[in-house]
Every structure is written in C-alpha cells, then in structure tokens.
Ligand binder design. Structure first.
Ligand SMILES: [Zn+2]
Length: 343
C-alpha cells in the first residue's frame, strides 16, 4: 500500500501548492457508527413503517411534506446530527485544510461530520444538502438550527418548526425528492474541476448521479486516488495510468497517508483535541440511532444502477425494497437528469 500511495504522497508533499479535492460518500462515515444501509439491522425499514406513510419515500417527498410534515420530523429526531463524531478520514480532510492544500470537499453525506471535524463552510459542498441550514418552504426565510431544534423539541406545540414570518413549514436543506441539487454544487464544480492536482474519491461506490460523474470530469493531468472497499465507477470503466487504488479501510488509508507525509502527529492531535465525545457515548448511540442520514442517502445508489449491481441486489430482496422506497430522498433516484435549483 505504501508503494502504491507514493505518487499521492509526492503530490501532497513535493509539489508546489497542490490543489486537492475530496469527493466522498457514505463509506467515510460508517466508522462514526452510522450504519451502512446494507446492514440488515439499520431498522430504517421498520421505522418508516411505523409512520403510516402512503408510501415510504413520501417521508422525503416535498409535496407530501407540505401536507404532512410530521412524518419527516418523526424521522428527523433519529437523523439529527450531534450523536456522532467524525472519523480519522474526516480529520484527514481537516488536516488538508490546515495545510492549505484543500480546494474543496464534495460530500454526498448529510451528517455534517466534515463541519464537525472543523472544515470551514467555504471548503464544503454538501451535494445532497444537510441539516446545517434550514428554510421556510413557502417564503424561503432562513431559520437557525438552534431555533429549529427548539421547535422540534417543543412537543406541546406539535414539534413542527414554523416560519416566524409566514407560518409556513420549515425544513432542513436536505435535498428532497422533487427538489434540485444546490446551485453551489454545479457552480463550484465548474471552476474546481479544472484546477485539481489530486482528487481523493473516498467511501462512495459512484453510482448516484450527477455526483458519480465527477471523477470522470477530473482533468487528465490530475492524480485520482480511490479509497473504497471496491473498485468502481470511472476508475473501473475508464482507468487511467496515473490512478491510485487503495481498496482498503478508509481510516487506515488516512493514517497511512498522514504517516507517509510526515503528518502523523498533526492528525493525532486533531483527533484528540477536536473530538469532544467519549468513545463509549458514541458506540452506545449506534444501536439507539438506527436510522442515519448517510445510510439513507447512500440507498439512492441501488435504484439508480440496478443493472450494474445485479450481484448485489441478489443479496437481499429487502435491501432492494428499501432502496426503492427511499430513492426519493434527494430527488436523484428517479430522474435521469437533475434540474439546477436556485436554492
Ligand atoms: Zn415563511
């Protein structure tokens, strides 16, 4: 592995002002205790059944939310960030920022762990939105997360956050079925894609579009590093001579990279000083919070690429069902093309 990573390490440590872009997905958050939806114990399916929805994906359907926001807010209790701590890989991204090497991190995750690790807003693109900001669905007025949480917790008043201006329902800016991806995603990628020396693709099987098309758009003079359990996407379909594959544990690769760059202590310090939750807390929450945001986001994957993942879909009919029902989360699963939103 160390041998394989050499060109990456050279870019990070020897090249003058290298520009690094990180493209990531569900896999980087599994070590945080956020279960992969493929794990049968996630409880997502049964939790959704309890909500008596007309169909499961309604929970992330903007039109259904307009009529019955209770369903989403019941689930949001379990999804809400704060129960989990960033992984070593999240801190590795932070380290790239601190070393002034990070151009941007594009994440499919809605768990905000990049932010919690200390990556600044300007460097983060949450392609599928997140819980970090909230807006009224009618007049678009913004609501702070503190206020949103306060109203969620105010069960006497129904627990549904309402706009102070127009009384419309307020929801976190997670991309729902029927909504487009954030304009920021398209705008920044247009520029970023031309200015990359190293693209680190981590924890994503590259099946959710348009996100999955990003690695192919990285210019030929850049090095692409894939850190994932399996060889996938453009790395598999259109391999480049300079591609680096690290098909291993993501946190271990992050540690190895840090060590090879001579940043081992920096990474350890970041993990130690930035994590405020103790380990026992984090692990006990794993069972409690069975439904996790990233797990849902990643479930979109399956619907989009049934043909490519036949062998996986045979694993379990339930998983297939689950992903079908949840494909609406970001409005990506069902549509071939994503409309650009002005969100
Ligand atoms: Zn409003």
């Amino acid at each position: 592995m160390e041998q394989k990573l050499q060109s990456v390490v050279n870019t990070l440590t020897k090249k003058k002002k290298p520009r690094v872009v990180v493209l990531c997905g569900a896999g980087i958050s599994t070590k945080a205790g956020i279960p992969d939806f493929r794990s049968p114990e996630t409880g997502l399916y049964s939790n959704l059944q309890k909500l008596s929805l007309p169909y499961a994906e309604a929970v992330f359907d903007i039109e259904y939310f307009r009529k019955k926001p209770q369903a989403f807010y019941t689930l949001a209790e379990e999804l809400y960030p704060g129960k989990f701590s960033p992984t070593k890989f999240h801190y590795f991204i932070r380290l790239l920022q601190d070393k002034q090497l990070l151009k941007r991190v594009y994440t499919q995750n809605i768990d905000t762990l990049e932010r919690i690790a200390g990556v600044k807003d300007e460097y983060i693109v949450e392609a599928h939105g997140s819980f970090a900001t909230n807006h009224c669905i009618d007049c678009r007025a913004e609501m702070s997360s503190e206020e949103l949480k306060r109203q969620m917790d105010d069960k006497a008043s129904g627990g549904i956050p309402r706009c102070a201006k127009c009384k419309g329902y307020v929801k976190p800016d997670i991309v729902f079925f029927g909504e487009g991806l954030p304009a920021r995603f398209f705008d920044l990628w247009d520029d970023d894609s031309e200015e990359i020396d190293l693209a680190i693709v981590a924890g994503t099987s590259l099946t959710v579009y348009p996100f999955a098309s990003l690695p192919a758009e990285v210019e030929a003079n850049a090095i692409r590093l894939l850190i994932n359990k399996e060889h996938c996407g453009d790395f598999k379909q259109n391999p480049r001579k300079t591609d680096v594959l690290a098909l291993e544990d993501i946190d271990e690769v992050a540690e190895t990279l840090a060590r090879l760059c001579g940043w081992e202590d920096d990474l350890r310090r970041l993990v130690e000083t930035t994590s405020n939750d103790d380990e026992s807390d984090t692990s006990s929450n794993i069972d409690e919070a069975k439904v996790r945001s990233e797990a849902i986001a990643s479930s979109i994957t399956e619907t989009e690429t049934k043909e490519e993942t036949k062998e996986e879909t045979e694993e379990s009919a339930d998983i297939e069902d689950l992903s079908k029902q949840l494909s609406g989360l970001s409005g990506i699963g069902k549509q071939g093309k994503i409309p650009k939103s002005d969100q």
